[in-house]
Every structure is written in C-alpha cells, then in structure tokens.
Design a protein around this ligand. Sequence first.
Ligand SMILES: [Zn+2]
Length: 328
Amino acid sequence: MRKLIHRPRRLRRSPALRNLVRETQLHPHDFVLPLFVSEKIDRRREIASMPGVYQFSLGEIADEAQRAQDAGLQAIILFGIPREKDEQASGAYAEAGVVQKAVRAIKAKCSGLVTITDVCLCEYMSHGHCGVTRIDGDHFHVLNDETVDLLVRTALSHAAAGADVIAPSDMMDGRIGAIREALDENGFDQIAILSYAAKFASAFYSPFRDAAENAPQFGDRRTYQMDYANAEEALREVALDIEEGADIVLVKPALPYLDIVRRVRECFGKPTAVYHVSGEFAMLKAAAAKGLLDERAAVIEIMTALKRAGAQIILTYWAHELAQWTRP
Ligand SMILES: [Zn+2]
C-alpha cells in the first residue's frame, strides 16, 4: 500500500459525497428563455435550423410566457419580427410594434415574470444591419450616432410598454449611456439595462437569422461586433458599458468565450450573463439527433461550465428543459 496523505478520490466515492463537495449547482433561476414573436404568422412556426424552437404569433406569446413561468423560469427575453421592414427600422420603436404589443400582453398575464426585450434594429431594417447605413460606392457604413438615436427611441417604447429590462444587442458606441439618460429623463429610472457588452462577430449566429429573419443583405457585421481574437478589447467594451450605466453585462456567444466570461466576472464583479447562441444549440442538437452524444448530459455539462466560468445568468434555448432537469 502506498503511503499517500492526499487521496482526492475519497470525496468522489458516492453520489452523496460528490454532491456534498460540488462547487457549482444549476438552478432554474439561472436560465432565461429567448422567445420569438412574429407579426407575420397566426400560429407557431418551427424554425428550420433550430429543432423545437418556434416563432410565436402575437395571440400565442402571452400563453408561451405563462408556460415558461409555470416551468419555474423567472425571465424571458423577447425578439420581434415585424410584418414590414424599412430603412429607418420604424417597426422597432412603433408604439404598436410587435415587441411593444407582446410585452403588454405578457405583463397583463404574468406580471411577475421578468420581461427582457432585445433592443436592436436588424429585425426591422430592410437591409438587416443593426444600424442606419450609408452606401458610398463599394463601401457601406453603419452610422453610429444616428443608430443610437433610434435605439434610444426603441428602448423608451419598450419601457413604456412595460418591459422590466432593456437589452441593447447592437454594439454601437455610447448607446448604453444614451439609453440610460433617456430612460431616467422619462420616469423609467427603475428599468434595468442588460447590455450585450462583449458581442463577438461569430460564425455561431447563423441559425438565429432564420429565427429573427435579420440576415444582412450585404456585407457583414464586423465593423460593429467584436473581433473574436480580442480579450483585452472585450474588457474595455465591458468597462465602457458599466461606466455608462449597464446593470448586467453579457458575453455572446458562450462556450468558445469562457475566458472572457471569467475575466469579466473577476474584473468587474457585476451581474454577468452569457448567451448560449443558436449555432451552439444547433450543433448539439445535430450531434444528439445522430446519436453521437447524450443531449441532456451534454447540455447540463455545458451550462455548468458557463456558470463555473462566472455566468450568473444564462440565455439558452434549453431553458424549459433545464428548469425541469435542475429543479431542486
Ligand atoms: Zn442586431
């Protein structure tokens, strides 16, 4: 027999011992369910690239929010698909826009459910970019300050409809400060901002473009979303958003960016969120459908890794299942 003082395996001998020393526990309150609401449909429509994920009609969305609350979830995040798009994204800030109507319906039915609204222009712009564009010969520009003005209008209209948390996902400079100021000036000082503070230009967003119908008609988003090679820059972006008034900061995508999540949590100690995105979802679903891995085990392992890395809030398309799997 070897004379070992330390035998770490002693604490792995039984499920009860392992539970006793487990550092990271998942809970239904960790998860936020993304919901897509479309003005173009009368009943739910499955998103081709995201099995089991649907767009809902305005008539269905409040019931769907209720279903999330009944499952034990505390929060949803809403994305809208308008009937019509234009060059000014006017549907984004219309009083009777799709998100504004959906928020009113949801808050009337489940007032206690934290209703977060995505604030961006891409779903509402005919060209699919997140901002106002100007074409200069072969080049196109996404105009920062003109875009921020429209984001502010959008945020205000969401707050007026009853949203609890405003979540700008566009990556324009200075938008958090502008939105915070406008909210405060209009009597919405209690409405929180969840900022997509470090959103990377990622290959993992493609299925979302089917879901939100926001694929850019030309060019890409690399002049506003971040270069995925940059971690220091991510910290600078997060610092700016916190200075400007962000209450929660989000890193997107999730699994390939665990180092960023960890550093953001350690550097700032702010409530930190992560978005496990459509491509990450689709990849696992495809592997599970082929029998290559156990979906539930893989999802729980990934979610635990996200939380272990520092994410307190996880936006995921598995929120319903996770609420069930992690019920205490
Ligand atoms: Zn966008």
